[in-house]
Design a protein around this ligand. Structure first.
Ligand SMILES: Nc1nc2c(ncn2[C@@H]2O[C@H](COP(=O)(O)OP(=O)(O)O)[C@@H](O)[C@H]2O)c(=O)[nH]1
Ligand SMILES: Nc1ncnc2c1ncn2[C@@H]1O[C@H](COP(=O)(O)OP(=O)(O)O)[C@@H](O)[C@H]1O
Length: 226
């Protein structure tokens, strides 16, 4: 597994924000010095622990806006409408695509998933950091539109452990588990495209790495000796 890369974080600036101005009809009227939020993209194979990491991160950083996606997948017993996803019919999902209401969308393991555009762009323009937890094809679309997005790949310690986690979670049918595992290798092969790779072996360590890269503590200025 590749180690975490050491690229610096970039502030939100160009295309994504310009598109935002165009889309919202606000270009030119935006406060030039308004601090933009950062767009953070978390990707990784099913079962690696994205949801677990995101839950913990949100508890520690309630100021982070988590984008709730739209999906055509049926809710799992533990999931709630509007909290985990907006669960919609395929017809409604395709209507959202047609209406340009999704920032990105993709098909994954037989279902469709997409990011509601307006909420994300509103929060960014208000200076709030936004977190997307999305799969590979969606992450690639975001990279094209918003090259400043900070892309993080969560990787498992091994494929065996990945399978163990998906099975232990006990939320998916056997067919759905098979589809997710088939997809996993393709996703792992693409991890070098990301700005950072974090291996989720020990959960606390992975969270710490994620927090360190998202919220780096700048060195205190040295106090001159008197
Ligand atoms: N492209 C895209 N992928 C999404 C979106 N929301 C969730 N996903 C991804 O879809 C995949 C399947 O999600 P889900 O059915 O919840 O399964 P899980 O990852 O096994 O918990 C995961 O990789 C999610 O990160 C979205 O809005 N857009
Ligand atoms: N570091 C870890 N070590 C062991 N188990 C983990 C770890 N991170 C997550 N899990 C477990 O793995 C399973 C899948 O995690 P989940 O967050 O649902 O993955 P994803 O959202 O990526 O599909 C869950 O049962 C979760 O408790």
């Amino acid at each position: 597994m590749p180690a975490s890369s050491t690229m610096l974080l970039f502030p939100m600036s160009s295309e994504c924000v310009q598109r935002q101005g165009v889309l919202e009809g606000t270009q030119g009227s935006l406060e030039p010095n308004l601090k933009r939020g950062r767009l953070l993209v978390l990707t990784g194979p099913s079962g690696v622990g994205k949801g677990t990491v995101v839950r913990q991160l949100r508890q520690r950083h309630p100021e982070l806006y988590f984008s709730v996606s739209v999906t055509t997948r049926s809710p799992r017993p533990s999931e709630q409408e509007g909290v985990n996803y907006f669960f919609r019919s395929r017809e409604e999902f395709f209507r959202l695509i047609e209406a340009g209401e999704l920032l990105e969308w993709a098909q994954y393991a037989g279902n469709f998933y997409g990011t509601p555009r307006d909420a994300v762009l509103d929060k960014l323009s208000q200076g709030q950091d936004v977190l997307l937890e999305i799969e590979l094809a969606g992450a690639r679309q975001v990279s094209q539109h918003c090259p400043e997005a900070i892309r993080i790949f969560l990787s498992p310690p091994s494929l065996q452990e990945l399978e163990r986690r998906i099975r232990e979670r006990g939320q998916d049918s056997e067919a759905s588990i098979e589809r997710r595992l088939q997809q996993a290798q393709q996703e792992l092969d693409a991890q070098d495209e990301f700005d950072y790779v974090i291996v989720n072996d020990d959960l606390e360590q992975a969270l710490l790495q994620l927090e360190t890269l998202l919220y780096p503590k700048w060195p205190e200025p040295e106090v001159p000796a008197t």
